[in-house]
Design a protein around this ligand. Structure first.
Ligand code: PMP
Length: 405
């Protein structure tokens, strides 16, 4: 079903503002998405009418907040196809979710063990594993990426060994837009008894996510990349795994009985949620994901695919443009370089024309270096982008290139 984009745009007040005297063309959705009024209203309503701490109050407001917080957990579990709400742990976002697992996994990692990641990981799904390997004298192995920006699956098969203790892979690359074959990856990893963590930061707002079909052991994402607020996200973990893991942080809420000598811990998921959670964030994330559900993730995907295809075609008509990332399975992200022009200069000039794109290594420095570059220009799409905006973007790039050359 075709989305009514004009109607959708009315839900995002920021889209009607001007930047540098020009109507804003926001093409930095991979960094963060804009927020619909419903999400903002949910935040206001929570703090105007419902604010209270959860899980330990006898009074009415606390009970309402607790019920709504746990309802948000149930909804989010359903949204990603998790079996049980207990498998949803609220975190600050993807980065904290990965750090959480890379920290508590230490108990299973010894000298000589291996962690397998890919060459297209965001620093958030690279550095925590690298530091874990350092602490434990383990080795981090890296699955290479081909010229089109696809994972080399033959290498992947060879790199999983009896020493591998975890596979960590992005669902979608934030630089290349590549959609990785996560189902196939979990199948291959599980054949060797290896768990898989999927970084879903760039997938959650663009593709259907079904953790049970994918059969991944862990799935991480941030609300702010899916029309929700900053500072909250999710770590999904299979119940069997979460039960095996030690707590990540200690404090209130995550305990059962506390004494000066001994402490016992709470049940899932509370064992992993030390301290007061971001209750409002969880409710606003639920509202944001409901917004996606209302519009239909398949409809969103189709719209963004059409924008990506159109933008790619038009961009290639400009002289000296090289697209970085031309995987057969790709979504919502368009990275490129222009011969002889620094990405930063190009980004700055198109900003003068109201077009927000991102330049640099996009927190995936080893990947960008793999393509012999220090940076790219990246346009990334969301539900509210239009073909007219793509035209403005292309025109801005053309003018900027004329000026810079
Ligand atoms: N992984 C990927 C693929 C990302 O694109 C990002 C955000 N750019 C992250 C992880 C980190 O997300 P956050 O900053 O919300 O924790």
């Amino acid at each position: 079903m075709a989305l009514n984009i004009e109607q959708i745009r009315k839900d995002f007040p920021i889209l009607s503002r001007k930047v540098n005297g020009k109507p804003l063309v926001y093409l930095d959705n991979a960094a963060t998405t804009q927020k619909p009024v419903g999400v903002m209203e949910r935040i206001t309503r929570y703090y105007s009418e419902e604010n209270s701490n959860v899980h330990r109050g006898v009074h009415r407001l606390s009970q309402v907040a607790t019920e709504e917080f746990e309802e948000a957990r149930r909804y989010i579990a359903g949204f990603i196809g998790a079996g049980k709400p207990e498998e949803i742990v609220f975190t600050r976002g993807t980065t904290e979710s990965v750090n959480f697992i890379a920290t508590v996994f230490q108990q299973f990692i010894g000298a000589g063990d291996e962690i397998l990641i890919t060459a297209m990981e965001h620093h958030s799904n690279l550095v925590p594993w690298q530091q874990l390997c350092r602490r434990q004298n383990a080795a981090m192995k890296v699955v290479p990426v081909n010229e089109r920006g696809e994972l080399d699956m033959e290498s992947f098969k060879n790199l999983i060994t009896s020493k591998t203790k975890m596979v960590a892979v992005a669902h979608v690359s934030n630089v290349l837009g590549t959609i990785n074959p996560v189902e196939k990856i979990t199948g291959l990893a599980h054949d060797k008894g290896v768990p898989v963590l999927v970084d879903g930061a760039q997938a959650i707002a663009h593709l259907p996510v079904d953790v049970r079909r994918t059969d991944c052991d862990f799935y991480a994402f941030s609300a702010h990349k899916a029309y929700g607020p900053m500072g909250i996200g999710v770590l999904y973990g299979k119940e069997e795994w979460l039960n095996k893991l030690s707590p990540y942080q200690f404090g209130g809420e995550m305990v059962d009985q506390v004494g000066f000598k001994e402490t016992t811990f709470n049940v899932l998921p509370f064992k992993f949620e030390a301290g007061t959670p971001d209750v409002c964030g969880a409710l606003a994330m639920e509202t944001a994901l409901k917004y996606i559900e209302k519009n239909g993730i398949e409809n969103i995907r189709q719209h963004e695919d059409e924008l990506l295809e159109y933008a790619t075609r038009e961009l290639k008509k400009l002289r000296g443009i090289k697209i970085i990332g031309e995987a057969a399975e790709k979504t919502a992200v368009l990275s490129f370089v222009a011969g002889g022009v620094h990405p930063y200069d190009l980004g700055t000039l198109v900003d003068q024309m109201g077009v927000a794109v991102r330049t640099g290594h996009h927190c995936a420095q080893p990947l960008v270096e793999r393509f012999g570059l220090s940076g790219t220009v990246r346009a990334s799409f969301g539900i509210y982008n239009t073909f007219e905006e793509v035209d403005i973007f292309i025109r801005a790039v053309r003018q900027a290139l004329d000026m810079l050359r």
